[in-house]
Design a protein around this ligand. Structure first.
Ligand SMILES: [Zn+2]
Ligand SMILES: [Zn+2]
Length: 334
């Protein structure tokens, strides 16, 4: 078997056609014929070796949907012909405390789809059966890819924080992650505030389910919602005035970040103490919750807003994302 892919061979390098031989299929692995693959900011970070763990050549792509074409002898639950999705993780140990509790995404021996192995900007990709998430009947394959990384990243916190339909919630940063969060929270039943610094996106943000858009660059606007928000989800990786968001929280409110903020976050203790407020973070989500999220998406017709590029235009698509022009997530199609 030969896999035809697109790979970068140096930091910030353009992607070029690249083929490789994946070797013998492991007994618990499946091969997936890639139909669509989303582009995530983490793909850019890995291409550029921002996290110091990239091995070149790298085939990015970890928001994959496609069809199972081969299964190892010990694969469970999945058969050839099944439609599945593969996200950031491609395997976990299946025996540690976290895996045994169903929190495979917290396994310390996890394998990531594009770390030290090749991802989904390709015609085929391989993964452990546990992370090949069965796609529900009727799902739109052309839009589902981003749910496997960006989607579950913002869905998991809604469960972790116990967000109720009666809650007022806020989402900081309405890009690839944030716009999916808006759609989930609207269908959850919440009053949804979008914090955005880009007034040009306002109409679109309201259409996606926000009840109100707050200009995150305006201290007055932030002050106007003081003490009213039960849950705030941060999807940005830049330093903001965190205290003004903690002040926006209602008593017992929760501030949760999925944005990998590059600098230490300044959290004044007094902003937490008086109202029993908390600050937390999380990475992605478990395979079981990913499945639950996909069912929820099909039930309510929730999909990311995507722009589609053919796989061979991958460099154009990456440039579009780097230029900040993506509205709101890019999907590559084979
Ligand atoms: Zn990702
Ligand atoms: Zn484990």
């Amino acid at each position: 078997m030969k896999v035809n892919a697109y790979a970068a061979s140096e930091p910030k390098g353009k992607l070029a056609p690249f083929s490789y031989e994946p070797g013998k299929l492991g007994s618990e692995q499946v091969d997936i014929k890639v139909s669509h693959c989303g582009i995530c900011h983490s793909d850019l970070s890995m291409i550029n070796n921002d996290w110091g763990m990239t091995e070149y050549p790298i085939v990015p792509g970890h928001e994959i949907v496609g069809e199972v074409v081969a299964t190892g002898a010990a694969v469970k639950n999945i058969k050839i012909g099944d439609k599945v999705g593969l996200g950031w993780f491609s395997a976990s140990c299946m025996s540690c405390q976290q895996c045994m509790e169903g929190s495979h995404h917290l396994c310390s021996n996890n394998e990531a789809t594009i770390v030290g192995r090749h991802g989904g900007f390709a015609d085929y990709v391989r993964g452990h059966w546990s992370w090949a998430i069965p796609l529900p009947e009727g799902i739109d394959l052309s839009k589902a890819g981003p749910l496997l990384c960006g989607g579950i990243t913002v869905f998991n916190p809604i469960i972790l924080a116990g967000v109720k339909p009666t809650d007022t919630v806020g989402v900081i940063g309405i890009g690839g992650l944030g716009h999916m969060a808006l759609k989930f929270l609207k269908h959850w039943g919440c009053e949804v505030i979008a914090f955005s610094s880009n007034p040009a996106k306002k109409e679109q943000i309201l259409k996606m389910g926000a009840t109100k858009v707050i200009d995150s660059t305006s201290p007055q606007e932030l002050e106007s919602i003081q003490g009213t928000v039960n849950f705030i989800l941060n999807t940005t990786n830049v330093t903001l005035d965190w205290d003004s968001y903690l002040t926006a929280l209602a008593p017992k409110g929760k501030f949760h970040t999925v944005g990998a903020v590059l600098e230490p976050m300044a959290i004044p203790a007094f902003s937490l103490l008086g109202g029993e407020k908390s600050v937390s973070g999380s990475p992605l989500g478990s395979p079981a919750l990913t499945k639950t999220m996909l069912d929820f998406c099909v039930r309510h017709n929730i999909y990311p807003t995507v722009e589609e590029f053919p796989m061979e235009k991958v460099n154009e698509a990456i440039k579009h994302l780097e230029d900040g022009k993506a509205r709101f997530r890019i999907v590559l199609k084979n």
